[in-house]
Design a protein around this ligand. Structure first.
Ligand code: SF4
Length: 288
């Protein structure tokens, strides 16, 4: 298969066929993110995308899931996404779910009708990396969207009934803002009630602005136990109805999974146990 540069996908798309419909990230300004720094953003030609799909059809026997990359593939015009989804349906009738990364701006630019059309054509999950629910932290990390915009975008996806997966980053507020990060993030996801909520843990990548801030003592990294306490506060503050909660990514210090709110007590007990025994993933084994 043809790929340009490093390709990233959510952990739950580990077994999916990844199709790059864009290269890089249209925003590419978040201070903690190094993923697409080496790529100039562009949308790939439809002919190239269709050619990749034909090659994948010849190469793979049975494709149950397809993930549209790179960073925020929902930036494509709806009519182009419709053509891609139709081609997927034609070539991969066995495909059960098509997933995509999106920014709040991509979602807000689409009408509810656009989202409904995409759902009809098989778009089965939208991954929205919001990182924090705190206005202050969103601004500091140059996420490019306000809290209100994120809430509106999330609620619009919910209306479309396309399953929504929201990702937050533990530790992103550093030592100064961890409480606000936990409480505001819990409040924001509670207002959306996505089907999936994931917590990654901050990884300090050397070629990022946040790393420079750390070197210049403008940002303090939380210790594993401080991340655990922040996660506990998030879990105590959140109010969700049947949201699948995952914090078992390679970047996390404590592997946690459950359904919220019903598993809140069990998850908090697991954190307390890890804190008591100081049992955290070794720094050497954490990765993105
Ligand atoms: S975190 Fe997401 S939106 Fe921000 S630069 Fe990285 S890929 Fe782009």
């Amino acid at each position: 298969m043809r790929y340009e540069g490093n390709v990233y996908r959510p952990p739950s798309e580990g077994r999916s066929y990844i199709l790059q419909v864009t290269i890089g990230c249209a925003h590419n300004k978040c201070t903690f993110c190094s993923m697409y720094k080496d790529k100039a953003f562009r949308i790939r030609d439809l002919e190239e995308i269709f050619e990749d799909l034909k090659r994948a059809r010849d190469y793979y026997g049975n494709v149950k899931r397809i993930f549209l990359a790179d960073g925020d593939a929902l930036v494509l015009k709806t009519k182009d996404l419709e053509l891609i989804l139709k081609e997927i349906n034609r070539l991969f009738p066995e495909c059960e779910r098509i997933g995509i990364y999106a920014t709040p701006g991509d979602i807000l630019r689409k009408s509810l009708d656009d989202l409904l059309k995409l759902k009809e054509l098989g778009l089965g999950i939208i991954y929205l990396g919001i990182e924090s629910g705190s206005e202050l932290i969103l601004d500091k990390v140059r996420k490019g969207f306000t809290r209100d915009e994120i809430i509106k975008a999330g609620q619009k996806v919910k209306k479309s009934k396309i399953p929504l997966s929201i990702t937050l980053i533990s530790g992103l507020g550093g030592k100064n803002h961890w409480k606000e990060h936990a409480i505001s993030s819990a409040d924001l996801v509670s207002q959306i009630n996505p089907e999936y909520v994931s917590l990654l843990t901050l990884m300090m990548e050397k070629n990022t602005e946040l790393y420079k801030d750390y070197e210049n003592r403008k940002f303090d990294i939380l210790s594993p136990s401080e991340v655990a306490v922040e996660t506990k506060l998030f879990l105590e503050s959140v109010n969700l109805k049947n949201s699948v909660f995952r914090s078992n990514h390679a970047s996390n210090y404590i592997p946690l999974k459950g359904t919220l709110n019903q598993d809140r007590k069990t998850l908090i007990a697991q954190i307390n146990e890890a804190l008591k025994n100081e049992e955290f993933t070794d720094e050497r084994f954490r990765s993105l």
